[in-house]
Design a protein around this ligand. Structure first.
Ligand SMILES: [Zn+2]
Length: 298
């Protein structure tokens, strides 16, 4: 039996077939079409192509931005907003003619990394996506914790802890709240903060390179970014005290984070001493499809 994992991203949708040992048999991708009906067709088409290339049919797991309300079965909290309020899982299952498992994309990252990635063997693993947006997922003893209301590990839309000075009142978030972590610790948040303070405009990668060259505006933005991410991760330590944090998304490639986050977190951790592993996703961008494929066996 093979497993199909689909990573439903804001810009692209990818499907992959994995064998029992987690080896890739096929991988196909297409741009996100930006509307619901076409998206259903694109996902079906990608699954069919992945299975054709792999030479077998498999179970289907899909990682999505946002989550499904266990009360209503409707999608919510997705930044591909056309998914919200739709019965995406059922509609996809109907179109495919078989059952579909679906979970939040950060949960898929957490599951993938807990099964055979940077958090393998961890009792409590917390995965964070810091990319265009920001999200979190929790795995305990190898099991995904989706929670009583389906928002377990959801981390991106809690307010920045201990806000001070210019951090108040904070930016309004697309979710309707103010000062969400996503508005600060996503790549978008880093760019907005740099622009707000320096009056200059640069993308995330540009800011990181400029900081490495010693550009004072970029150094300041990186210092503030790491301090904020540290506060936000210390909050997780104070509730769950994970053995391992796994970082995914574009900003997880910034090596300085792993060197500097422990010192940024420690003052906010409610403990006399604190140690934990903080590591980039072993499977990088593939964690989405790998975790989605494993939704059938978590
Ligand atoms: Zn928000």
């Amino acid at each position: 039996m093979i497993r199909i994992g689909v990573d439903f991203g804001g810009t692209k949708i990818e499907a992959a077939a994995l064998d029992q040992d987690g080896r890739f048999l096929s991988r196909v991708r297409q741009p996100n079409p930006g509307d619901y009906d076409t998206a259903i067709r694109v996902v079906c088409d990608l699954i069919q192509r992945a299975e054709q290339e792999a030479g077998a049919k498999g179970t289907v797991g899909v990682g999505v931005p946002g989550s499904i309300s266990p009360r209503t079965g409707l999608m919510r909290n997705a930044n591909s907003v056309y998914l919200n309020g739709r019965t995406f899982r059922e509609d996809l299952a109907t179109a495919l003619g078989r059952d579909v498992h679906m979970a939040n994309d950060a949960n898929c990252l957490a599951l993938s990394e807990a099964v055979d990635g940077a958090a393998a063997g961890a009792r409590v693993a917390f995965a964070i996506i810091i990319g265009t947006g920001c999200g979190g997922g929790l795995v305990v003893d190898g099991q995904l914790v989706e929670g009583a209301n389906g928002i377990g590990g959801e981390w991106g839309h809690i307010p920045l802890p201990s806000p001070q000075g210019a951090e108040l009142p904070g930016t309004e978030c697309w979710c309707g709240q103010r000062n969400c972590l996503e508005t600060w610790v996503s790549g978008t948040g880093l760019r907005r903060d740099f622009e707000r303070v320096s009056g200059r405009s640069m993308n995330g990668e540009g800011i990181i390179h400029a900081a490495r060259r010693g550009d004072a505006d970029a150094v300041g933005a990186m210092d503030r970014y790491i301090d904020r991410l540290g506060r936000a991760m210390a909050l997780i330590v104070n509730i769950l005290d994970p053995d391992v944090f796994v970082l995914g998304g574009g900003l997880s490639n910034v090596t300085e984070l792993y060197e500097r986050l422990p010192a940024a977190m420690r003052p906010h951790v409610f403990s006399d001493g604190w140690e934990a592993k903080i590591a980039p996703a072993r499977w990088g961008d593939s964690s989405g499809v790998r975790g989605a494929a494993r939704l059938w066996h978590s």
